[in-house]
Design a protein around this ligand. Structure first.
Ligand SMILES: Cc1ncc(COP(=O)(O)O)c(C=O)c1O
Length: 329
């Protein structure tokens, strides 16, 4: 706030609302760049490839900003792949994840020459292998392992428990690796895990890396790529405790340096980069009084901001202008 007026970077929010109308999303390019440079600094000891998770915000302008500062992209659909490429992110920095890649989507990834596919099932591997052979392109794959690690976050976004659809359980992964010679179209390049989202402490990553080390030794696989997914949490409320990204980086990098001899480390952050980078500006259009409550009706609704209804999550609401002496709740 400057003299009671809400600014984003150096621009008064009211000026943008007048110019573009409401409801209006406003994103700060500066904030996005700052988070990315923090990530590069925090994980500097392993010199990571940061593949921004496009599902967090697939706006083309946002993607362009992220691509320009050296990031790649983590995509989960043909649409996200097309957007990442359109916004200038080189295919060589794109990883393609997700449990439901279609025949056409796999072809589009192979044709684009993406860095790798993250494989989530044997069925999918059979399909990628067949298409890689058909197009005569040996295709690098990273294998998503389900390490059965629990994390303290919303139950919708815990993705590393055994009962979820994500990745391959250790037993199935071991069986798949025994058959690896059959898959002549595939380079068995890497290993991946993604533990969940809004993870506020580094302990689950430490646990996952320890489990993974033991598992890789047991199947005698030395990946050249290690992808630890995304999930780094952010504060949504004043005083909410989240371990700093530098502490995440220090703990994770020291284990990787000690226990993993890999060429490339990949991170797939989404929320950490964009979750607090934007605001939704809404206008109050009616003040509706009922016997039990007074309602302020705005021109933005859950279709514009689904997170509070989907996850029962807290969302901070601020007035565009603070008037002296009046309370806003
Ligand atoms: C495979 C994968 N990578 C990365 C992410 C990004 O997670 P976050 O936005 O919490 O960093 C997700 C989110 O669900 C994901 O499924």
């Amino acid at each position: 706030y400057r003299r009671g007026i809400f600014f984003i970077e150096n621009v008064a929010v009211r000026n943008l609302a007048r110019r573009f109308g409401t409801p209006l999303y406003i994103y700060s390019a500066g904030y996005i760049r700052d988070r990315i440079s923090e990530l590069f600094d925090a994980f500097a000891p392993v010199n990571p490839l940061i593949c921004y998770s496009v599902k967090a915000n697939g706006n083309l302008k946002v993607l362009r900003i992220i691509g320009k500062v050296g990031c790649g992209a983590d995509v989960v659909s043909g649409g996200e792949l097309a957007k990442a490429i359109k916004s200038g992110i080189p295919a060589s920095r794109i990883v393609y994840a997700g449990v439901g890649k279609t025949h056409e989507e796999i072809i589009s990834g192979i044709r684009a020459g993406i860095f790798l596919f993250t494989v989530e099932s044997m069925e999918e591997l059979v399909e990628i292998n067949a298409l890689a052979r058909k197009f005569g392109r040996k295709t690098a794959c990273s294998f998503r392992v389900n390490l059965n690690v629990d994390v303290d976050t919303h139950h919708y976004t815990r993705t590393a428990k055994a009962e979820t659809k994500f990745g391959l359980p250790l037993k199935d992964m071991a069986a798949l690796f025994q058959k690896r010679k059959k898959f002549t179209g595939i380079e068995f390049a890497g290993i991946q895990f993604h533990l969940g989202s809004q993870i506020k402490e580094s302990a689950p990553y430490v646990e996952a890396l320890r489990k993974l080390r033991r598992f890789l030794t047991s199947i005698r696989f030395s990946p050249r790529i290690l992808d630890i997914g995304g999930g780094f949490g952010i504060p949504y409320m004043a005083g909410e405790k989240v371990e700093s990204i530098f502490s995440f980086g220090e703990k994770i990098c020291s284990i990787i340096k000690r226990d993993f001899n890999v060429e490339k480390v990949i991170l797939e952050p989404g929320r950490f980069i964009v979750g607090n980078a934007g605001i939704l500006v809404a206008r109050i259009i009616y003040s509706k009084k009922t016997n039990s409550r007074n309602f302020l009706i705005t021109d933005a609704a859950m279709n514009d901001l689904i997170r509070p209804s989907l996850y029962s999550s807290y969302h901070l609401i601020l007035p565009e202008k603070f008037s002296s002496g009046r309370k806003c709740s």
